[in-house]
Design a protein around this ligand. Sequence first.
Ligand code: DX5
Ligand code: ZN
Length: 239
Amino acid sequence: MSHQAGQATDRLSATLDAHGPVVLPALLLCDYGHLAREVERLEAAGAKALHLDVMDGRFVPQLTYGPVVVEAVRRAAKVPIETHLMIEEPEAAIETYAKLGTDILTVHIEALDNPRATLETIASLGSRAHLAISPNTPVEALEPWLGSCDGVLVMGVEPGYGGQKFIPSALDKLAWLVAARSRMNASFRLGLDGGIAPDTIGPVAAAGAELIVAGSAVMRASDYGRAIADLEALARAAA
Ligand code: DX5
Ligand code: ZN
């Protein structure tokens, strides 16, 4: 495989350290008839990474796509991709998604029987292992795994659909995670997914999120470049 997942995420990490938070467009609301063109447009618009929402119609009501589409995006994209698995029994799928070149593989804590084994498997396959947490799950549920994951993705909406309203308790989760990270001397990255708009991205960045996923705020804009630049400017001003 020519794409080196570890090197790509190292470059993304360097960008975060040098320039502050980045916006990851979520392709959920993209034009699926022109997938490669959408990837090109988003990269030309300045996207430094892309977010892919895999939904199985069971863990969440909606059904989106699986490895075939993720692989097509992987082939089309030069930037790192984060695959957000909203599926039951993610353990059975992680090898497939890691092996096709997913840079960041994000699995829900609610769906895991054995988080430690899952995180170790993802790492051994060369992807970064991130844990996602839904709005109704107490953030303390993540505590035992914070030393072994590469990142946490706090959900700002109930997973399942784009275009929902931001749930403010996500800000408390971010604050708790920032405090836990320094208390534990851990080094995981913090992300936020769902409900990002010009009025929510500032508070989210101020609370510590660096990998900020934006679906409708980018994909429903006529000018992707303007949308990403404006959101990143608001995030960096607040961070
Ligand atoms: C929600 C998905 C999100 C979604 C975000 O279940 O995980 O990634 O695409 O969409 P917005 O930014 O519109 O809330
Ligand atoms: Zn997502």
